[in-house]
Design a protein around this ligand. Structure first.
Ligand code: OTD
Ligand code: ZN
Ligand code: ZN
Length: 352
């Protein structure tokens, strides 16, 4: 990689955590992602959720039809199944045979469209056993959901009450702790003992690297900075930035870009989710540059994800330039609009 202060060249990145939804809006959000990324893990929290191989295949062909209509030939969606209390070991075997990239654990009620999620992880033990044997990763939304746990503590409590016991019961399971938001999670993943057979990794979003919880309340309520897990205190942002830029292969890029129409965000009960897909790479470059670690961006964005998933690294190169990009105040989203992260402002880096 040749770096100057104004240009960075890197192997094309992938997005290891992405929501593109279904129907009319797919073409709009997919176009933003495919401009930057070669592949993306497609989250299965549709209504109804993508719980079977058959549903994932059907979803994939709808995505492929959109890619074709957009004339995009160089983007690969990686499909994920939504784990439920009823997922069978047989479905896991089928998923492995059909090239499904992993299963997603949503504790019931933890985030958007997670009502069908897992009510008690014990119900999933046969499926988890099969995943462990077949080496298929479990992707985890790591928050407890009970109303008596403070929303800012739900990730840390999840580590102690769900994740650590799960790793004891399934010592060879591959786990991705998705969109980590706390010092506790960053340190847990950094310090976890792993062996040849198991491993643990974490994805980190641009918003959690660039903002702390003050951003939700800056001068008034800021619905477009509200996502789940919710932004945390500055000390957590610092710990995440340290993890992402450390060169440790357990931390890699996952935007968690989660589109909701403007009206659904700017509402009395606004939806959770930040839309970062428009210039996600520019946002990550800003974060890495803020601590003088642009040289660590390529590993985080382009190498560690495919290495963890056992997929080949991309070969094409892209260039980011230190050239401010204006972010529109709104973008088209089907027959509505969406307000992207940083709307009406600029991002310091853009894709050449
Ligand atoms: N978080 N919104 C959504 C998902 C994520 O937890 C997540 O993965 C969504 O809208 O699908 C959000 O805030
Ligand atoms: Zn999640
Ligand atoms: Zn997500």
């Amino acid at each position: 990689m040749t770096n100057s202060p104004t240009h960075i060249q890197l192997i094309q990145p992938d997005d290891w955590h992405l929501h593109i939804r279904d129907g009319e809006v797919v073409k709009d959000v997919l176009a933003d992602t495919a401009r930057q990324f070669a592949r993306a893990i497609i989250m299965p929290n549709l209504k109804p959720p993508v719980t079977t191989v058959a549903l994932a295949k059907a979803y994939q062909s709808r995505i492929d039809a959109n890619l074709k209509a957009l004339g995009i030939t160089n983007f690969l969606p990686l499909m994920i199944l939504y784990l439920t209390d009823n997922t069978s070991a047989e479905e896991v075997r089928k998923a492995k045979a059909e090239g499904i990239a992993g299963f997603k654990l949503y504790p019931a009620g933890a985030t958007t469209n997670s009502d069908a999620g897992v009510s008690d992880i014990k119900h999933c033990y046969q499926a988890l056993e099969a995943m462990q044997v077949l080496g298929i990763p479990l992707l985890v939304h790591g928050e407890v959901t009970s109303a008596d746990i403070d929303i800012f503590d739900r990730e840390a409590v999840f580590i102690d009450t769900v994740l650590e016991p799960l790793r004891k019961d399934f010592p060879e399971l591959k786990i991705v702790f998705e969109h980590i938001t706390t010092k506790q999670a960053a340190h847990y993943v950094r310090d976890a003992a792993i062996s040849k057979k198991n491993s643990i990794a974490a994805t980190i979003t641009p918003q959690h690297l660039l903002m702390n919880r003050n951003a939700i309340f800056a001068g008034g309520i800021r619905p477009h900075n509200y996502c789940l897990p919710v932004l945390k205190r500055e000390e957590h942002r610092i710990a995440l930035l340290e993890a992402a830029t450390s060169g440790n292969a357990r931390f890699f890029l996952g935007t968690d870009s989660a589109p909701h129409a403007k009206g659904a965000k700017e509402a009395a009960c606004g939806c959770a989710g930040c839309y970062s897909a428009f210039n996600a790479l520019g946002l990550y470059a800003e974060a890495f540059e803020s601590v003088g670690k642009l040289d660590k961006l390529e590993g985080f964005a382009s190498f560690f994800g495919p290495d963890f998933y056992g997929l080949p690294r991309n070969s094409k190169k892209i260039t980011l330039a230190k050239q401010a990009q204006a972010i529109p105040v709104e973008l088209p989203l089907g027959d509505a609009t969406i307000v992207p992260l940083r709307a009406g402002e600029t991002v310091a880096w853009s894709l050449v």
